[in-house]
Design a protein around this ligand. Sequence first.
Ligand code: NAP
Length: 553
Amino acid sequence: MAATALPQRSRPADDGVTRLDVIIVGGGFGGMYAVYKFNKLGLKLQAFESGNDVGGVWYWNRYPGARVDLPSIDYSYSFSPEIEQEWTWSEQYAAQPELLRYIDFVAKRLDLRRHFQFNTRVDSAVWDEDRQLWTVKTNRGDTFEAPFCIMATGPLSVPKKPEIEGLDRFKGRLMYAARWPHEPVDFAGKRVGVIGTGSTGIQIVQEVGRQAGELFVFQRTPSFTMPMRNVPIEPEYMAEVKRHYAGIREIARNSAIGGARPLSTRGFFTVTPGQRLALLEDSWNQGGLAMLGTFGDLMINEEANEHVAEFVRGKIGEVVTDPSTAESLKPRGYPIFARRPCLDTGYYETYNLPNVHLMDCLTDPILEATEKGIRTASGETELDILILATGYDGLTGALLAFDVVGRDGRTIQDKWKNGPRSHLGIMLEGFPNLFMTTGPNGPAALANIIRMSENDVDWIADAITHLRKNGLGSIEPSRKIEDDWMELVHALAKNSLINKAKTWWVGANVEGKPQGLTQFIGGFSKYREHCAAAAANGYAGHQIEPVRQAVEV
Ligand code: NAP
C-alpha cells in the first residue's frame, strides 16, 4: 500500500506508553482477521485478548456437545484461497474441538499469535481530541496509544449470570457453559442439572443426558429445534468444494444470511396446504436451517408462521413418548424463528431416556439455589453438578463492560443508554477512529459472523487507508448518517415478528436493558451494499478531519 504515515504525535519517548497505528480488542474470528489484515497493510499493531489464546467464543465454549450450527464450509474464512485449499473439514457441522483446530491452523499459518497479548483485558479506551489518538489501558497497568482502535469484542462474549438467588450457596459443582474447563468432566453416576434451553442448553442436554446418572433440565421457555442431520464430509465432496470455493463464497456474500443456502421468496399461502406440508416435510428431512428458507414471509406473516410452528410441535409430539413432557417441550406464545432457531441431534429423543427429567419452570418456577441443588415451587432437586446455560449479555455487553470515552468526554454508556446506535454497526458518531466488527446495528446475530467480520474488517481497512493516503487525522459518521441508518434499522425491524419473542436479540434477557430489535434485518447482501455506499465519494456524510497540529505532552 502506498500510504502516507500519519505524522507522529509527539510525546516523550520514555514515558512508558507504547505507540502504535492500530489497537485491536478481541481474539475471535473478527480480531484474528483484523490482525492479519492490518499487519499486511504494514500498520504497527497490538491486539488484546482476555483468554489465554485465540478463538473467542470457541475458546471459551468447550461444553460437551458444542458444535457450530452453520455448515463448516460456510463457517470459515474466505479471504485466503491458500487456507481454503489447505484445510479439510471432517463434518458438515464441525464440533468445537475441530473449530479450535481450524482456528489454531489459521493462527499458525498466518503467524497471528505474536501480535496478541493474551490474558489481558482492556480497561479503558479514551479519545484524545488534540492528539487524535486513542489511549488504551489494560488490566496489567500498561498504556498504549494509536490513532485507530478496533473493537472486535463479539456479540456473545459476556455470559449472563441468571437472576437466581443463592447460587453462591450451592455446594456442588457450579459450571458456566460459556466458561467451560479445559479438562474433561465426568458425569457418570452424577445428578446433573442444566438451567437454560437455548442453543447452548440443547447441545448440552442431548450430550450429557446420555452420560449422567440423572439429568434434570430446568426449562423456562422451550425453544424450537430442528434436526441438524450432521454427516461426515467425504474426501471426494471436500475436493469438489475446494475446486468451487470461489463460487460458493460469491453466493454467500450475495445472500441474506451470508451462507450459500437457498432462501425462498415463496409466500406461504401461495401454495396449497398439501404442497406446504410437502415442503415442510422435505425441509425437516433435509435438516439444518432448511425450514427457515422454505417460505419468504415467515417473519412477517403471523398466520404463516403459526402453521410452521405447529408443524414442528407435531414433530415433537411424534418423538417424545410421555404426553405431558411432549406438551411442555412444545414452544408456544412466540413465533418460530423469532428466537434463534436451534439445531439438534436427538434432543427430543433424550427425554425418552429414563434418567432424563424435564423440569417445567413455567408451571413450577425456580425459587432459589440451595446448598444441595435447586428449589422450585414443588420442592428441592438435589444435584452434584449444576450447569448454567443461561446465555449472554449479547450485542452490547462487551463494549459496555469497560470505559470507552469519545469526543468531549462522552461515554459509550451514555450514548447507548436508550439502546445501541451506530452507523452500520461499524462506527459511532462522537467516537472518531473507533471501529466495531459485527456491531449491534449491523446484521450482528442474523447472518454468518465470519462473512460479516471479513466485510467489516475490509471496510475499516479501506477507511484507514483512505485517511493515511490523504494525510487525514480522523473519521466518524455525522449525526445525520447515523440517524438515517438507525431510522432504516428501526423501520425494517418494526414489522418483524422477531420483536414478539423475549430474547437476547431484543435485549429482553437482561434486566434493565433497553428493549427492541436494533439489528439490521435487511439481509447481509443489502448490508454490504450500504457499506459500499457509505465509503463512496470519499466517505461522503462522514466528518473527516485533517491531522491536527502535534501537541507536546
Ligand atoms: P440463550 O439463547 O439466551 O438461552 C438462555 C437460556 O437460559 C434460555 O432458555 C433462558 O430462558 C434460560 N434462562 C436464563 N435465565 C434464566 C433463569 N433465571 N431461570 C431459568 N432459565 C433461565 O443463550 P444460549 O443458549 O447460550 O445461546 C445464545 C446464542 O449463542 C444463540 O442464540 C446462538 O446465536 C449462539 N450459539 C450458537 C451455537 C451454535 O452455533 N451451535 C451454540 C450455542 C449458542 P428464557 O428464554 O425463559 O429467558
